[in-house]
Design a protein around this ligand. Structure first.
Ligand SMILES: [Zn+2]
Length: 308
């Protein structure tokens, strides 16, 4: 099948949810490589009503079954993805893989329960999802269809210790658990057939990366990943990179500048509040949604690098 874009009137099937009303009624899907489908999330921060559909999510179709990679930031987003899969793939969903714990990648999971799907994630993910269940139910009540819906926060039932191969029939996905990097629960998914890597939020494009794990760990992952040869790389946010590692250049420049400038500020005895704006100022200029993310990153970097 040639690459194509499909628009599905998901909002008509499932009722108009607030995010759908704000972001448009269509659910666009791109086939970026044979059998590899990506729905690009909106460039939207936490304060935006489009936040429930702000991450890249999608699926890979095998001869026996289909694997979902991230389910979106709301149950309605997950349902729109499920409808898109039903319209595109002849095989049932057998895996729902979450690349990490952040809400915009996991809160659509409930749309895939009740079938044969196994929920699959990093070995730390089950525990971290459990720890976040009450927080998700409170902070993302609307995304979960109303208050008190903790039961709709679905964690993994299959954990990846180091790596795991999933057979979809005629194609294999290789999942790898990563050490502390973007978060403590990062998992990459490699579709061997098309040499496509799904990075989750280990790669941000266009919007500023945000650290919820370890700056040094993230840079270590980048060094390793950039040395590999991938035909297509699907980031957690932003456009697909068909020219790897070119698509990771801007993130690398920012994270390295964050590390180096923070080390300098610490060495000079600067206060975090005074140093923040100057740290990685050029390197972050090309990104969107910088303000909150950069403040978080600088305080994380200070904490991590202070006692080196
Ligand atoms: Zn994330």
């Amino acid at each position: 099948m040639s690459a194509c874009i499909r628009h599905l009137a998901a909002a008509l099937l499932f009722g108009v949810a607030p995010y759908a009303a704000a972001s448009g009624a269509s659910f666009a899907l791109s086939e970026i490589a044979p059998g590899v489908y990506v729905h690009h999330g909106a460039l939207a921060g936490l304060e935006s009503p489009a936040r429930a559909d702000s991450a890249n999510i999608g699926f890979v179709v095998g001869e026996r079954c289909t694997a979902v990679i991230d389910s979106g930031g709301a149950v309605v987003t997950g349902r729109a993805l499920a409808a898109a899969i039903a319209a595109t793939s002849d095989t049932p969903v057998c895996y729902v893989i979450n690349t990490h714990v952040h809400f915009d990648h996991v809160l659509g999971n409930a749309a895939f329960t009740g079938g044969e799907a196994r929920f699959t994630g990093h070995h730390e993910l089950a525990e971290v999802m459990t720890a976040n269940r009450a927080y998700f139910a409170e902070q993302f009540a609307e995304e979960l269809g109303g208050p008190g819906n903790e039961a709709l926060v679905i964690g993994p039932d299959q954990l990846v210790e180091d790596s795991l191969e999933l057979d979809l029939g005629g194609r294999t996905l290789v999942l790898r658990a990563v050490g502390r990097a973007h978060t403590t629960t990062d998992l990459t998914v490699h579709d061997v057939t098309t040499n496509t890597l799904w990075t989750g939020d280990l790669l941000f494009r266009d919007r500023l990366p945000i650290i919820d794990g370890s700056l040094k760990g993230w840079l270590a992952w980048m060094q390793q990943a950039r040395a590999a040869d991938y035909a297509h790389v699907v980031p957690g946010h932003g456009p697909v990179d068909h020219d790897w590692p070119r698509g990771a250049d801007a993130q690398l420049v920012y994270l390295e500048a964050l590390r180096d400038d923070t080390r300098q500020a610490i060495a000079a005895g600067a206060f975090i509040e005074d140093a923040r704006d100057d740290i990685a100022s050029e390197a972050r200029a090309g990104f969107a949604l910088t303000e909150r993310a950069h403040a978080v990153n600088v305080s994380r970097a200070f904490r991590e690098l202070e006692w080196e």
